[in-house]
Ligand binder design. Structure first.
Ligand SMILES: Cc1cc2nc3c(=O)[nH]c(=O)nc-3n(C[C@H](O)[C@H](O)[C@H](O)COP(=O)(O)O)c2cc1C
Ligand code: SF4
Ligand code: SF4
Length: 393
């Protein structure tokens, strides 16, 4: 069996799967239940001193994604420190206390109490895309200033204040809303003393509309929420990759993980741990158990380890540069393996350049017409079409 043991700082995890902040960390009882799935660590829902109720409805599944406008945990921080964290600790696995505060001093106070209550790690987030609008609607007169998306100083101050008062690992959870300019946030977090980063939180604000009624599908004033799940994966992937390219800090990938292949892809981008949330919300907590088993099987069947593949894509990209492949302009038609082709025609439909016909029940790529776009490779359900780019690296 593949050995998945790992550590964040000095905290030992049986495997790299971390249930990220969400409803599976909503209280001590729930954490005890989720711990039975065998995950490596569990994060609490965001703990705040003065919780506010969630606007309803607050959850909308969509094709390969999920919208939510749930706010923080519904019980106050004092209850978490007195009852919920001590109860959660009975699970016997590391508990990450996800904390949100009004200012750095409050963050430090919360962190001290969370650690005294038994939290093994602290998590601090940069931003939540739907919080302000929903809180302002609940508390008339409240005006939350718009976030300064290019100013990581408040995040730096918060992490630094917490770093000064606790010795446990601190994780910085970066919002996908910083996707176009992520590095200053990592720089600030690293300087302030982060031990790891979680990449990413949801992206938003986003919305969907019920066409039967014309109503926004989510509650709250305008039905704004955050997007998670598969649709978030390419955004999170690029952020993980870019952070790994520039910083030597352990990364928890969080965004649409649903399979061992997703774990492998994130590991190749540079991630060490795998955050899971939406998959468990939509398909039940037992999916966490199957994800662990699927990753073990994947590694074992191929005789590889996570350490070997971690950052592989960073190395490939370097090789591309060295070999002058970093901006290929020539089409290289893919290759159809006739023995695997079942003649379904999906590649033909997906070829906007009309370069594919089906002959005698098999796909044929016409090399003189092929634009080399690559679309057919990823469309084929039987993996009968081989990508011929980068064959020599
Ligand atoms: C219903 C729901 C509630 C969430 N609540 C929180 C939260 O309280 N604090 C937080 O930092 N992230 C929260 N998240 C974000 C997740 O922890 C996770 O980072 C994000 O959804 C991306 O991962 P996923 O695609 O695996 O869900 C929540 C996500 C969902 C779907
Ligand atoms: S690579 Fe693009 S252009 Fe060429 S056959 Fe495939 S889909 Fe058509
Ligand atoms: S999509 Fe794949 S299996 Fe279907 S016709 Fe094309 S090559 Fe064959």
């Amino acid at each position: 069996m593949a050995n998945l043991n790992c550590k964040i700082g000095d905290v030992k995890l049986n495997n790299p799967f971390i249930v990220t902040a969400g409803e599976h960390g909503r209280d001590g009882e729930e954490i005890l239940k989720v711990a039975k799935t065998g995950v490596g660590a569990i994060t609490t829902k965001t703990i705040v001193p003065h919780p506010a109720p969630d606007p309803r409805p607050c959850c909308v599944p969509m094709d390969n994604g999920f919208l939510n406008c749930v706010l923080a945990a519904i019980m106050p921080s004092e209850q978490w420190f007195k009852e919920e964290i001590p109860l959660a600790k009975k699970a016997g696995l590391p508990i990450i206390a996800n904390l949100a505060s009004a200012d750095p001093n409050e963050a430090a106070e919360l962190a001290v109490k969370a650690v005294e209550a038994g939290a093994d790690m602290i998590e601090l987030a940069t931003y939540c895309p739907h919080l302000a609008e929903n809180l302002e609607a609940q508390f008339p007169g409240l005006k939350i200033p718009p976030p300064e998306m290019d100013n990581p100083k408040p995040f730096y101050n918060t992490v630094k204040a917490v770093r000064e008062v606790v010795n446990v690992p601190i994780i910085g959870k970066v919002s996908a809303c910083h996707f176009s300019n992520i590095l200053p946030w990592i720089e600030a977090g690293v300087k302030a003393g982060l031990d790891a980063v979680e990449v990413t939180d949801t992206i938003g604000p986003v919305m969907l509309i019920d066409i039967e009624t014309g109503q926004p599908k989510l509650g709250g004033p305008r039905g704004y929420g955050g997007l998670s799940g598969g649709a978030l994966k390419p955004i999170a992937m690029r952020m993980v990759f870019e952070i790994a390219q520039n910083y030597d800090i352990p990364i928890i990938a969080s965004g649409g993980i649903q399979s061992a292949e997703d774990d492998i892809e994130y590991a190749m981008a540079g991630a060490t741990y795998f955050g899971v949330c939406t998959v468990g919300h939509l398909e039940g907590q037992n999916r966490y158990t199957s994800l662990i088993k699927d990753l073990e099987d994947y590694l074992e069947n191929r005789g590889i380890t996570l350490d070997e593949i971690r950052g592989l894509t960073l190395r490939k990209v370097e090789e591309r540069k060295e070999k002058g492949w970093d901006c290929n302009l020539e089409p290289i038609p893919p290759l159809v393996h006739e023995d695997i082709c079942i003649g379904c025609g999906k590649c033909k439909d997906a070829c906007i350049y009309d370069a594919i016909t089906t002959e005698n029940g098999k796909a044929v790529i016409h090399k003189d017409v092929c634009y080399g776009c690559g679309c057919c490779v990823w469309t084929c359900p039987t993996k009968a079409i081989e990508n011929m780019y980068y064959k020599d690296i």
